[in-house]
Ligand binder design. Structure first.
Ligand code: ADP
Ligand code: TZD
Length: 579
């Protein structure tokens, strides 16, 4: 109901009616969706108001991309689609980046956007915020639907929910024309039209022969390895996965967002010997991880000698996407892992001692090297000395959510900051995208009610920095730590012409990001030493209030593109900076 209307002023026959606005809310609530992340405007302002009036949590953002990212990470954490609500054309497009990122990362979310007059849009007659949003969304979404009639809202929302969470999860677009929201319907008919989705993501059992094939391959392996991906974390089959890993005795590597699915300190974690095990393993079992660029496409130098792969995934088309998969297991991770575990009980010998010993030796060597770097206290701080403080804090408070983006800030934090609990680490993911920081932090804080530490490169932070106001407005327990090294990757570049424009990679020197949060009533800290960083972090966690720590990092620390330097194209004879 528009905010200026009161129920008692309405004639009786109108009170027995419902409308598009209310049916959308009823359809979401009937499916236990209780939160909307969004940004208001024509034609969805009243939808947001009414959702709040009807008891939903409505989190208003400053930019739709971040509302979309919050929805996406809420979907990943809860296995229910996160909802992002936007206005038409530009608002929709801002949200679309998040929808595409969710689809790429296999996170379930629904982008709900209002849209302009169909008749005018279809004739390209120039409506307010005119755009053919449905077709624009299709290439970037797992599914896209438009609802034209109020009586179809129940079924339309049900379709969107099922599409988002069943099979491989992804982003779904739902187009709601302005006219639909104002359509009225008899209240009883409206109630009947609401659909509660039954078993939205049904279990998918693997074929028995595919289980046998995988077991046979594992039994023949001399140097087996398990790789756990974020699909394994998403599946919420934590106990089953732990049981399989421990019963098999096979060493494992967690992909970045699978860190903490088993504690990073687990004896079977081979993370500290990553390059060694990837090169040396002979049979590799992927559980909810794709052989994309993050795993060097399963071939080349990284992977050393010949391999045989077992892959567990709900998407059959993922098999053989990069290299041949000797034993594909298509099904949901919980069912596949349980089936393997059952076949192993009492009938599987643990990997050879030489393999385990070789990994242990390599781990010891690498950990000793890392410990030496972490112990140093250079002034100014470098990535290691600052991250040591965060590592020690998470160790003491393992329930804290961690958001992480940047280049060096991402790469170093991934390897230095151990995680102890599943689904607590959210990062740049499959695209290596910058800009997820504050959106993921807000989504994680709202969804879990637990504190968040956002470990942000100074460039990465800039993409979503204005959402500090959102964090303060909702008083969320988010501590943002900006690794401030004066630029993208580093802060040392100069303009080769000697002109007054700065180099394209550098920012204002010695910026004070901590002052930004003070504008909104949050607490700002400036930390130039590990001791100052630790004091600020502990104080901010103790208060539970929004905080930002400007961590001053040596501007010459870090490398171009972090660990991805080799992905930058280089002309053979370097003429790119000819003068
Ligand atoms: P990472 O980046 O951690 O390596 P990816 O995003 O590449 O992980 O891979 C996740 C994989 O997990 C996707 O291929 C997706 O289809 C799969 N997946 C997601 N949820 C499930 C599930 N419940 N059961 C089986 N596979 C799943
Ligand atoms: N834009 C988007 C949306 N995603 C990207 N990944 C980039 C640009 C390119 N990019 C990276 O891949 S990392 C990065 C950019 C701009 C920022 C690196 O600087 P930083 O981190 O300050 O965040 P470090 O720790 O100083 O390297």
């Amino acid at each position: 109901m528009p905010h200026n209307l009161k129920l008692k002023e309405l004639p009786l026959e109108v009170a027995a009616m419902t409308d598009g606005f209310h049916l959308v809310i009823d359809a979401l609530k009937a499916n236990d969706i209780d939160t909307i992340f969004g940004l208001v405007g024509i034609p969805i302002t009243d939808l947001a108001r009414m959702a709040q009036a009807e008891g939903m949590r409505v989190i208003g953002f400053r930019h739709e991309q971040h509302a979309g990212n919050a929805a996406a990470i809420a979907g990943y954490i809860t296995k229910k689609p996160g909802i992002c609500l936007t206005v038409s054309a530009p608002g929709f497009l801002n949200g679309l980046t998040a929808l595409a990122n969710a689809t790429t990362n296999c996170f379930p979310m629904i982008l709900i956007s209002g849209s302009s007059e169909r008749e005018i849009v279809d004739l390209a007659q120039g409506d307010y915020e005119e755009m053919d949003q449905l077709n624009a969304a299709k290439p970037y979404a797992k599914a896209a639907y438009r609802i034209n009639h109020a009586e179809d809202i129940g079924i339309g929302v049900a379709r969107a929910i099922r599409a988002a969470v069943s099979g491989r999860p992804g982003g779904v677009y739902l187009d709601l024309p302005a006219k639909l929201l104002a359509q009225t319907l008899d209240a009883a008919a409206g109630k009947q039209s609401i659909v509660r989705v039954i078993d939205a993501a049904p279990r998918q059992l693997p074929a028995p022969e595919s289980v046998q094939r995988a077991i046979a391959l594992l039994k023949g392996a001399k140097r087996p390895l398990i790789i756990l991906g974020k699909g394994a974390a998403y599946a919420q089959a934590d106990a089953e996965i732990r049981s399989l890993v421990e019963n098999s005795g096979i060493p494992y590597l967690p992909m970045s967002m699978a860190k903490g699915l088993l504690p990073d300190t687990h004896a079977q974690s081979a993370a500290a010997a990553r390059s060694f095990v990837l090169a040396e393993a002979d049979v590799v079992m992927l559980i909810g991880a794709r052989l994309n660029w993050l795993l060097a496409h399963g071939k080349g130098k990284t992977w050393g000698g010949p391999k045989q792969f077992i892959q567990i995934d709900i998407a059959a088309t993922e098999m053989d996407s990069n290299v041949a998969i000797a034993a594909p297991l298509v099904g949901d991770i919980g069912s596949c892992v349980s089936a393997l575990d059952q076949h192993m009980q009492g009938n599987f010998s643990k990997p050879a001692a030489e393999w385990i010993k070789a990994i242990e030796d390599r781990k010891d060597k690498n950990l000793a090297k890392m410990a030496a770097s972490l112990e140093k206290n250079p002034a100014p701080m470098n990535f290691h000395s600052a991250l040591r403080v965060i590592r020690d804090t998470i160790k003491k408070h393992p329930h804290i959510n961690v958001v992480n983006e940047g280049a060096n800030t991402l790469d170093f934090a991934r390897s230095i900051v151990d995680m102890y609990q599943p689904r607590k680490r959210f990062d740049s993911g499959t695209w290596g995208i910058m800009g997820i920081g504050m959106g993921y932090a807000i989504g994680a804080a709202v969804t879990t009610g637990q504190p968040v530490i956002a470990i942000e490169g100074d460039s990465a932070f800039g993409f979503s920095g204005m959402e500090l106001e959102t964090i303060c407005r909702y008083n969320l327990p988010v501590t943002t730590i900006v690794f401030n090294n004066n630029g993208v990757y580093r802060g040392t570049d100069v303009n080769p012409t000697g002109g007054s424009d700065p180099a394209p990679t550098v920012f204002v020197k010695n910026a004070r990001y901590d002052k930004m949060i003070e504008a909104f009533g949050g607490i700002g800290y400036n930390a130039t030493t590990p001791a100052e960083l630790e004091a600020a972090l502990l104080e901010s966690l103790a208060t539970g209030k929004p905080a930002l720590i400007n961590a001053v990092i040596d501007e010459s620390a870090g490398t171009e593109s972090g660990r991805l330097t080799n992905l930058n194209p280089v002309t053979k004879n370097d003429i790119s900076l000819r003068s």
